[in-house]
Design a protein around this ligand. Structure first.
Ligand code: GAL
Length: 421
Protein backbone atom coordinates (compact mmCIF):
# COMPACT_ATOMS: atom_id res chain seq x y z
CA UNK A 1 0.00 0.00 0.00
CA UNK A 2 2.77 2.36 1.03
CA UNK A 3 4.58 1.38 -2.16
CA UNK A 4 1.57 2.26 -4.32
CA UNK A 5 1.24 5.65 -2.66
CA UNK A 6 4.89 6.38 -3.29
CA UNK A 7 4.58 5.32 -6.95
CA UNK A 8 1.50 7.48 -7.35
CA UNK A 9 3.24 10.36 -5.65
CA UNK A 10 6.28 10.01 -7.88
CA UNK A 11 4.04 9.86 -10.97
CA UNK A 12 2.04 12.88 -9.88
CA UNK A 13 5.23 14.87 -9.43
CA UNK A 14 7.16 13.45 -12.36
CA UNK A 15 4.59 13.53 -15.15
CA UNK A 16 3.96 17.28 -15.08
CA UNK A 17 7.71 17.69 -14.68
CA UNK A 18 8.29 15.62 -17.78
CA UNK A 19 5.55 17.43 -19.62
CA UNK A 20 7.05 20.71 -18.54
CA UNK A 21 10.48 19.61 -19.71
CA UNK A 22 9.05 18.52 -23.05
CA UNK A 23 7.16 21.80 -23.27
CA UNK A 24 10.33 23.74 -22.52
CA UNK A 25 12.17 21.82 -25.22
CA UNK A 26 9.36 22.56 -27.62
CA UNK A 27 9.50 26.24 -26.79
CA UNK A 28 13.25 26.19 -27.14
CA UNK A 29 12.96 24.51 -30.52
CA UNK A 30 10.40 27.05 -31.65
CA UNK A 31 12.46 30.01 -30.54
CA UNK A 32 15.75 29.43 -32.25
CA UNK A 33 17.16 30.37 -35.60
CA UNK A 34 20.33 28.65 -36.72
CA UNK A 35 22.17 30.39 -39.55
CA UNK A 36 25.05 28.57 -41.19
CA UNK A 37 27.82 30.45 -43.01
CA UNK A 38 31.58 30.81 -43.33
CA UNK A 39 31.64 34.48 -42.41
CA UNK A 40 34.22 34.80 -39.68
CA UNK A 41 36.84 37.18 -41.14
CA UNK A 42 36.93 40.95 -40.67
CA UNK A 43 34.08 42.59 -42.61
CA UNK A 44 32.26 39.28 -43.07
CA UNK A 45 31.49 38.91 -39.37
CA UNK A 46 30.44 42.56 -39.06
CA UNK A 47 28.05 42.24 -42.01
CA UNK A 48 26.44 39.12 -40.60
CA UNK A 49 26.08 40.72 -37.17
CA UNK A 50 24.31 43.67 -38.74
CA UNK A 51 21.69 41.28 -40.15
CA UNK A 52 21.36 39.52 -36.82
CA UNK A 53 20.84 42.86 -35.09
CA UNK A 54 17.91 43.66 -37.35
CA UNK A 55 16.46 40.19 -36.94
CA UNK A 56 16.77 40.33 -33.15
CA UNK A 57 15.17 43.75 -32.94
CA UNK A 58 12.17 42.40 -34.88
CA UNK A 59 12.03 39.01 -33.17
CA UNK A 60 13.52 39.51 -29.70
CA UNK A 61 12.24 36.16 -28.41
CA UNK A 62 14.17 34.14 -30.94
CA UNK A 63 17.62 32.93 -29.97
CA UNK A 64 19.92 33.36 -32.94
CA UNK A 65 22.56 30.68 -33.32
CA UNK A 66 25.49 31.83 -35.42
CA UNK A 67 26.76 28.56 -36.87
CA UNK A 68 29.92 29.55 -38.71
CA UNK A 69 32.65 27.30 -40.04
CA UNK A 70 35.77 29.37 -40.70
CA UNK A 71 37.56 29.17 -44.04
CA UNK A 72 37.17 31.63 -46.90
CA UNK A 73 34.84 30.76 -49.78
CA UNK A 74 33.40 27.94 -47.69
CA UNK A 75 36.60 25.91 -48.00
CA UNK A 76 35.64 23.93 -44.90
CA UNK A 77 32.01 24.98 -44.44
CA UNK A 78 30.73 23.36 -47.62
CA UNK A 79 31.80 19.88 -46.52
CA UNK A 80 30.31 20.37 -43.05
CA UNK A 81 27.05 21.55 -44.59
CA UNK A 82 26.93 18.57 -46.96
CA UNK A 83 27.31 16.17 -44.03
CA UNK A 84 24.54 17.91 -42.13
CA UNK A 85 22.18 18.04 -45.09
CA UNK A 86 22.76 14.42 -46.01
CA UNK A 87 22.33 13.41 -42.38
CA UNK A 88 18.91 15.08 -42.21
CA UNK A 89 20.20 17.78 -39.88
CA UNK A 90 19.90 21.02 -41.86
CA UNK A 91 20.38 24.44 -40.31
CA UNK A 92 17.41 26.80 -40.61
CA UNK A 93 19.08 28.67 -43.43
CA UNK A 94 22.54 28.67 -44.95
CA UNK A 95 24.83 30.80 -47.07
CA UNK A 96 24.99 29.53 -50.62
CA UNK A 97 26.34 31.05 -53.82
CA UNK A 98 23.84 32.07 -56.47
CA UNK A 99 24.11 30.10 -59.68
CA UNK A 100 25.37 26.56 -60.15
CA UNK A 101 26.49 26.42 -56.47
CA UNK A 102 22.86 26.60 -55.37
CA UNK A 103 21.03 24.91 -58.19
CA UNK A 104 23.29 21.97 -59.06
CA UNK A 105 24.21 21.17 -55.49
CA UNK A 106 20.97 21.59 -53.57
CA UNK A 107 17.98 22.31 -55.78
CA UNK A 108 18.38 19.39 -58.17
CA UNK A 109 18.98 17.15 -55.16
CA UNK A 110 15.49 18.19 -54.04
CA UNK A 111 16.74 19.53 -50.73
CA UNK A 112 15.45 23.10 -50.94
CA UNK A 113 11.96 24.53 -50.56
CA UNK A 114 10.87 26.90 -53.30
CA UNK A 115 10.42 30.37 -51.84
CA UNK A 116 8.74 32.15 -54.75
CA UNK A 117 5.89 32.87 -52.31
CA UNK A 118 8.17 35.17 -50.25
CA UNK A 119 9.10 37.15 -53.37
CA UNK A 120 5.42 37.53 -54.20
CA UNK A 121 4.39 38.50 -50.66
CA UNK A 122 7.24 40.99 -50.25
CA UNK A 123 6.95 42.51 -53.73
CA UNK A 124 10.51 41.44 -54.55
CA UNK A 125 9.94 40.34 -58.13
CA UNK A 126 10.56 43.94 -59.21
CA UNK A 127 13.14 44.77 -56.53
CA UNK A 128 15.86 42.33 -57.63
CA UNK A 129 17.31 42.36 -61.15
CA UNK A 130 15.86 39.61 -63.32
CA UNK A 131 19.36 38.31 -64.11
CA UNK A 132 20.01 37.75 -60.42
CA UNK A 133 16.60 36.15 -59.84
CA UNK A 134 17.37 33.80 -62.75
CA UNK A 135 20.56 32.69 -61.00
CA UNK A 136 18.59 31.53 -57.96
CA UNK A 137 15.75 29.94 -59.91
CA UNK A 138 15.09 26.56 -61.42
CA UNK A 139 12.15 25.44 -63.50
CA UNK A 140 10.06 28.50 -62.68
CA UNK A 141 10.60 28.52 -58.91
CA UNK A 142 12.91 30.76 -56.86
CA UNK A 143 15.10 29.08 -54.25
CA UNK A 144 17.10 31.69 -52.36
CA UNK A 145 17.43 35.35 -51.39
CA UNK A 146 20.51 37.26 -52.60
CA UNK A 147 22.12 39.24 -49.80
CA UNK A 148 24.58 40.97 -52.08
CA UNK A 149 26.59 41.21 -55.27
CA UNK A 150 30.34 40.78 -54.90
CA UNK A 151 32.97 41.54 -57.50
CA UNK A 152 35.77 39.04 -57.95
CA UNK A 153 38.08 40.87 -60.37
CA UNK A 154 39.58 43.60 -58.21
CA UNK A 155 43.21 44.52 -57.61
CA UNK A 156 43.74 46.22 -54.25
CA UNK A 157 46.90 48.18 -53.63
CA UNK A 158 48.70 49.98 -50.86
CA UNK A 159 48.34 53.64 -51.80
CA UNK A 160 51.33 55.04 -49.84
CA UNK A 161 53.64 52.46 -51.48
CA UNK A 162 52.39 53.35 -54.95
CA UNK A 163 52.84 57.05 -54.14
CA UNK A 164 56.29 56.49 -52.71
CA UNK A 165 57.50 54.85 -55.92
CA UNK A 166 55.49 57.09 -58.23
CA UNK A 167 53.53 54.13 -59.64
CA UNK A 168 50.15 54.17 -61.35
CA UNK A 169 47.59 51.44 -60.87
CA UNK A 170 48.15 48.84 -63.63
CA UNK A 171 45.27 48.79 -66.11
CA UNK A 172 46.68 46.11 -68.41
CA UNK A 173 48.60 42.90 -67.81
CA UNK A 174 51.68 44.53 -69.40
CA UNK A 175 51.42 47.43 -66.96
CA UNK A 176 51.07 44.97 -64.13
CA UNK A 177 54.39 43.36 -65.03
CA UNK A 178 56.06 46.79 -65.32
CA UNK A 179 54.81 47.82 -61.89
CA UNK A 180 55.69 44.44 -60.39
CA UNK A 181 59.21 44.68 -61.78
CA UNK A 182 59.72 48.13 -60.28
CA UNK A 183 58.43 47.02 -56.91
CA UNK A 184 60.55 43.89 -56.90
CA UNK A 185 63.54 46.02 -57.79
CA UNK A 186 62.78 48.26 -54.81
CA UNK A 187 62.61 45.22 -52.54
CA UNK A 188 58.81 45.23 -52.11
CA UNK A 189 56.87 42.00 -52.70
CA UNK A 190 54.59 43.00 -55.59
CA UNK A 191 51.58 40.72 -55.11
CA UNK A 192 50.20 39.17 -51.91
CA UNK A 193 48.65 35.73 -52.33
CA UNK A 194 47.35 33.48 -49.57
CA UNK A 195 46.29 30.19 -51.12
CA UNK A 196 46.28 27.93 -48.10
CA UNK A 197 42.80 26.79 -49.16
CA UNK A 198 43.59 26.56 -52.90
CA UNK A 199 40.51 28.50 -54.07
CA UNK A 200 42.50 31.70 -53.66
CA UNK A 201 44.76 30.60 -56.55
CA UNK A 202 41.68 29.77 -58.62
CA UNK A 203 40.43 33.23 -57.75
CA UNK A 204 43.58 34.79 -59.19
CA UNK A 205 43.44 32.51 -62.23
CA UNK A 206 39.85 33.47 -63.11
CA UNK A 207 40.91 37.12 -63.34
CA UNK A 208 43.89 36.17 -65.54
CA UNK A 209 41.68 34.02 -67.79
CA UNK A 210 39.25 36.91 -68.13
CA UNK A 211 42.08 39.30 -69.00
CA UNK A 212 43.58 37.03 -71.64
CA UNK A 213 40.37 35.71 -73.18
CA UNK A 214 38.00 38.66 -72.84
CA UNK A 215 34.45 38.28 -71.52
CA UNK A 216 32.93 36.24 -74.37
CA UNK A 217 35.66 33.62 -74.59
CA UNK A 218 35.86 33.52 -70.78
CA UNK A 219 32.12 32.75 -70.66
CA UNK A 220 32.77 30.10 -73.32
CA UNK A 221 34.92 28.15 -70.88
CA UNK A 222 31.73 27.23 -69.01
CA UNK A 223 29.61 26.09 -71.96
CA UNK A 224 32.26 24.36 -74.00
CA UNK A 225 32.68 27.09 -76.62
CA UNK A 226 36.23 27.92 -75.49
CA UNK A 227 38.66 25.00 -75.25
CA UNK A 228 40.69 24.92 -72.05
CA UNK A 229 43.65 23.52 -73.97
CA UNK A 230 43.44 25.99 -76.87
CA UNK A 231 46.16 28.59 -77.51
CA UNK A 232 44.27 31.48 -75.81
CA UNK A 233 43.65 29.58 -72.58
CA UNK A 234 47.23 28.33 -72.59
CA UNK A 235 48.46 31.87 -72.99
CA UNK A 236 46.49 32.79 -69.86
CA UNK A 237 48.14 29.91 -68.00
CA UNK A 238 51.54 31.21 -69.12
CA UNK A 239 50.69 34.65 -67.75
CA UNK A 240 49.55 33.06 -64.50
CA UNK A 241 52.90 31.30 -64.13
CA UNK A 242 54.72 34.60 -64.77
CA UNK A 243 52.60 36.33 -62.12
CA UNK A 244 53.56 33.67 -59.58
CA UNK A 245 57.13 34.97 -59.86
CA UNK A 246 55.98 38.11 -58.07
CA UNK A 247 54.06 36.67 -55.11
CA UNK A 248 55.16 36.23 -51.50
CA UNK A 249 57.10 33.03 -50.92
CA UNK A 250 54.89 32.00 -47.98
CA UNK A 251 51.67 32.15 -50.04
CA UNK A 252 50.80 28.49 -49.36
CA UNK A 253 50.61 29.22 -45.62
CA UNK A 254 48.31 32.27 -45.74
CA UNK A 255 44.57 32.83 -45.94
CA UNK A 256 43.03 35.52 -48.17
CA UNK A 257 42.68 37.93 -45.27
CA UNK A 258 46.25 37.33 -44.12
CA UNK A 259 47.33 38.22 -47.65
CA UNK A 260 45.19 41.39 -47.45
CA UNK A 261 46.91 42.16 -44.16
CA UNK A 262 50.26 42.01 -45.98
CA UNK A 263 49.02 44.88 -48.14
CA UNK A 264 47.92 46.86 -45.08
CA UNK A 265 51.29 46.27 -43.41
CA UNK A 266 53.24 47.16 -46.54
CA UNK A 267 54.72 43.66 -46.67
CA UNK A 268 53.30 43.48 -50.21
CA UNK A 269 51.96 46.17 -52.51
CA UNK A 270 48.93 44.54 -54.18
CA UNK A 271 46.50 41.64 -53.95
CA UNK A 272 43.82 40.34 -56.29
CA UNK A 273 40.77 39.48 -54.24
CA UNK A 274 37.02 39.89 -54.25
CA UNK A 275 35.62 42.99 -52.67
CA UNK A 276 35.18 41.25 -49.33
CA UNK A 277 38.79 42.50 -49.04
CA UNK A 278 37.24 45.98 -48.90
CA UNK A 279 35.15 44.76 -45.94
CA UNK A 280 38.33 43.46 -44.35
CA UNK A 281 40.26 46.70 -44.90
CA UNK A 282 37.42 48.69 -43.36
CA UNK A 283 37.17 46.33 -40.39
CA UNK A 284 40.91 46.97 -39.91
CA UNK A 285 40.14 50.71 -39.92
CA UNK A 286 41.87 51.45 -43.20
CA UNK A 287 40.74 54.51 -45.11
CA UNK A 288 39.51 53.71 -48.64
CA UNK A 289 41.21 55.94 -51.17
CA UNK A 290 43.96 56.97 -48.72
CA UNK A 291 45.43 53.79 -47.21
CA UNK A 292 44.36 51.52 -50.04
CA UNK A 293 42.98 51.85 -53.51
CA UNK A 294 41.57 49.55 -56.17
CA UNK A 295 41.25 48.98 -59.88
CA UNK A 296 39.71 46.22 -61.98
CA UNK A 297 42.25 43.39 -62.01
CA UNK A 298 44.70 44.08 -64.83
CA UNK A 299 43.25 43.56 -68.30
CA UNK A 300 39.63 43.26 -67.13
CA UNK A 301 38.45 46.86 -67.12
CA UNK A 302 34.83 47.11 -68.31
CA UNK A 303 33.95 43.61 -67.11
CA UNK A 304 32.44 42.84 -63.73
CA UNK A 305 33.03 39.27 -62.64
CA UNK A 306 30.19 38.73 -60.23
CA UNK A 307 29.00 36.35 -57.58
CA UNK A 308 26.27 36.58 -55.03
CA UNK A 309 25.87 35.26 -51.50
CA UNK A 310 22.34 34.09 -50.89
CA UNK A 311 20.31 32.32 -48.21
CA UNK A 312 17.72 29.65 -48.85
CA UNK A 313 15.25 27.44 -47.02
CA UNK A 314 16.35 23.82 -46.70
CA UNK A 315 13.61 21.21 -46.59
CA UNK A 316 13.12 20.15 -42.99
CA UNK A 317 14.45 23.42 -41.51
CA UNK A 318 13.83 22.89 -37.77
CA UNK A 319 12.45 26.41 -37.26
CA UNK A 320 10.85 27.02 -40.61
CA UNK A 321 8.81 30.12 -39.76
CA UNK A 322 11.80 31.76 -38.07
CA UNK A 323 13.81 30.95 -41.19
CA UNK A 324 11.19 32.53 -43.45
CA UNK A 325 11.39 35.70 -41.32
CA UNK A 326 15.19 35.60 -41.59
CA UNK A 327 14.93 35.46 -45.38
CA UNK A 328 12.59 38.45 -45.29
CA UNK A 329 15.22 40.39 -43.32
CA UNK A 330 18.00 39.39 -45.73
CA UNK A 331 16.00 40.57 -48.73
CA UNK A 332 14.64 43.76 -47.16
CA UNK A 333 15.99 47.23 -48.01
CA UNK A 334 17.03 47.66 -44.36
CA UNK A 335 18.80 44.31 -44.33
CA UNK A 336 20.70 45.01 -47.54
CA UNK A 337 21.68 48.52 -46.45
CA UNK A 338 22.93 47.30 -43.06
CA UNK A 339 24.80 44.25 -44.34
CA UNK A 340 26.50 45.40 -47.52
CA UNK A 341 28.34 48.56 -46.41
CA UNK A 342 30.12 46.38 -43.80
CA UNK A 343 30.58 43.33 -45.99
CA UNK A 344 32.18 45.25 -48.84
CA UNK A 345 29.52 44.24 -51.34
CA UNK A 346 26.80 46.09 -53.18
CA UNK A 347 23.12 45.37 -52.59
CA UNK A 348 21.40 42.89 -54.88
CA UNK A 349 18.25 45.03 -54.74
CA UNK A 350 18.11 47.99 -57.05
CA UNK A 351 16.05 50.27 -54.77
CA UNK A 352 18.41 50.73 -51.82
CA UNK A 353 19.95 53.94 -50.49
CA UNK A 354 23.14 54.76 -52.46
CA UNK A 355 24.17 57.35 -49.87
CA UNK A 356 24.79 54.58 -47.36
CA UNK A 357 27.67 53.27 -49.50
CA UNK A 358 31.25 54.53 -49.55
CA UNK A 359 33.35 55.59 -52.51
CA UNK A 360 34.49 52.10 -53.43
CA UNK A 361 30.99 50.63 -53.23
CA UNK A 362 29.47 53.49 -55.20
CA UNK A 363 32.04 52.89 -57.93
CA UNK A 364 31.19 49.17 -57.86
CA UNK A 365 27.49 50.00 -58.20
CA UNK A 366 28.22 52.14 -61.24
CA UNK A 367 30.38 49.41 -62.79
CA UNK A 368 27.79 46.70 -62.12
CA UNK A 369 25.18 48.80 -63.91
CA UNK A 370 27.29 49.45 -67.02
CA UNK A 371 29.97 46.74 -67.34
CA UNK A 372 29.78 43.40 -69.10
CA UNK A 373 28.85 40.82 -66.47
CA UNK A 374 30.53 37.44 -66.25
CA UNK A 375 30.32 34.76 -63.57
CA UNK A 376 33.01 33.73 -61.06
CA UNK A 377 33.94 30.06 -60.88
CA UNK A 378 35.85 30.31 -57.60
CA UNK A 379 32.60 31.40 -55.94
CA UNK A 380 29.94 29.13 -57.32
CA UNK A 381 28.45 31.29 -60.06
CA UNK A 382 29.93 29.83 -63.27
CA UNK A 383 30.15 26.09 -62.70
CA UNK A 384 28.89 23.35 -60.40
CA UNK A 385 30.63 22.82 -57.10
CA UNK A 386 31.95 19.49 -58.37
CA UNK A 387 33.56 21.15 -61.41
CA UNK A 388 34.98 23.98 -59.28
CA UNK A 389 36.45 21.36 -56.95
CA UNK A 390 38.16 19.65 -59.89
CA UNK A 391 39.52 23.03 -61.00
CA UNK A 392 40.89 23.61 -57.51
CA UNK A 393 42.59 20.22 -57.63
CA UNK A 394 44.26 21.05 -60.94
CA UNK A 395 45.33 24.50 -59.79
CA UNK A 396 46.85 23.18 -56.61
CA UNK A 397 49.16 20.97 -58.70
CA UNK A 398 49.73 23.74 -61.26
CA UNK A 399 50.84 26.30 -58.66
CA UNK A 400 53.57 23.94 -57.53
CA UNK A 401 54.74 22.37 -60.82
CA UNK A 402 53.90 25.32 -63.15
CA UNK A 403 53.43 22.89 -66.03
CA UNK A 404 51.14 24.70 -68.49
CA UNK A 405 50.54 21.78 -70.88
CA UNK A 406 49.65 19.38 -68.15
CA UNK A 407 47.34 21.92 -66.43
CA UNK A 408 45.65 22.76 -69.76
CA UNK A 409 44.87 19.14 -70.51
CA UNK A 410 43.65 18.48 -66.96
CA UNK A 411 41.37 21.53 -67.14
CA UNK A 412 40.12 20.34 -70.54
CA UNK A 413 39.41 16.86 -69.17
CA UNK A 414 37.47 18.32 -66.25
CA UNK A 415 35.46 20.52 -68.62
CA UNK A 416 34.60 17.57 -70.88
CA UNK A 417 33.61 15.48 -67.91
CA UNK A 418 31.34 18.09 -66.34
CA UNK A 419 29.81 19.39 -69.56
CA UNK A 420 28.74 15.90 -70.51
CA UNK A 421 26.88 15.30 -67.22
C1 GAL B 1 33.22 34.08 -50.98
C2 GAL B 1 31.95 34.68 -50.45
C3 GAL B 1 32.23 36.03 -49.86
C4 GAL B 1 33.40 35.97 -48.91
C5 GAL B 1 34.57 35.16 -49.46
C6 GAL B 1 35.70 34.91 -48.49
O1 GAL B 1 32.98 32.83 -51.53
O2 GAL B 1 31.04 34.81 -51.49
O3 GAL B 1 31.09 36.50 -49.21
O4 GAL B 1 32.93 35.48 -47.75
O5 GAL B 1 34.14 33.93 -49.94
O6 GAL B 1 35.29 34.16 -47.40
Amino acid sequence: MRKTVIILLVCTLAVPGLLFAAGARETEVRNQLEIFSWWTAGGEAEGLDALFDIYSSLYPDVEVINATVAGGAGAQAKAVLATRMQGGNPPDSFQVHAGRGLVDTWVVANMMEPITFIYEEEGWLDAFPQGVIDMVSDEGEIYSVPANIHRSNVLWYNKPIFDQYGLSAPVTIEEFFDVAEELAHAGVTPLALGDVNTWEATHLLESVLLASLGPDAYAGLWDGATPWDGPEAKQALDVFVDILEYVNTDHAALTWDEAAQYVIDGRAAMTVMGDWAHGYFMAMEQEPGADYHWIASPGTEGTFMMLSDTFGLPKGAPHRSNAVNWLKVVGSVDGQDAFNPRKGSIPARTDTDRDKYDIYLQSAMTDFAQDTIVASVAHGAAASEAWATDINDVISMFVSNKNVDSAASSFARAAKDHLSR
